[in-house]
Design a protein around this ligand. Sequence first.
Ligand SMILES: [Zn+2]
Length: 210
Amino acid sequence: MKIICKDSTEVIVEIPKGVSKIGVMLSGGMDSSLLLYLLLKEITDNKKNMNLTVFNVPNVLDNAIFFSKRVVNYLEDYFSVKLELINIGDGTLAHNKIIRTPSREIEEKKYVEKLFVGINQNPPVEFPISGPWRRDPDSPIPPFYIFPFIRLYKNHILEMYEKYNIMELCYLTHSCTMSTGIRCNNCFQCYERAWAFEQLNIKDDNKYGT
Ligand SMILES: [Zn+2]
């Protein structure tokens, strides 16, 4: 599928031809949860025969295992599917390192043929806290990986939640990397999420403690 954002940014979420086993990294945050939604939509809309595995790194700082499970449960109901959720990697590593080692393990053990990851870019504004390193969108992408959101900012992500009328799912996601419950409002990811909601002039409902 091809999605065109309001500022003409294009997002392409496609499963390459001939591939029947894909994986997606899910943290329980906004980006990866949307990516999982879009992949499930792509598969069900096109009646693709696809084996999809969801991988979660059980990050202890933000209780990723709880939020990922909540997102998976929601999407299982939404699409009437059963998803395999595998916890992998060292959940005690720093947030910016946490995904690399398990990604390599997934590749080496050939769990799937392609791994989708929802990485994107730090917003083009300054926050009181500097952002994490994020991959240069122009650097070559190793063939095992697919990064459909690599050129996007969080406002594009949020725009897609609105476009597909899945704000309910968005409110279930947890972006804060420093809290296992109600957001701290002081970490980079909290600033980034609040910035995106401001850009779209919508309210971030935190009735779920996100
Ligand atoms: Zn936070």
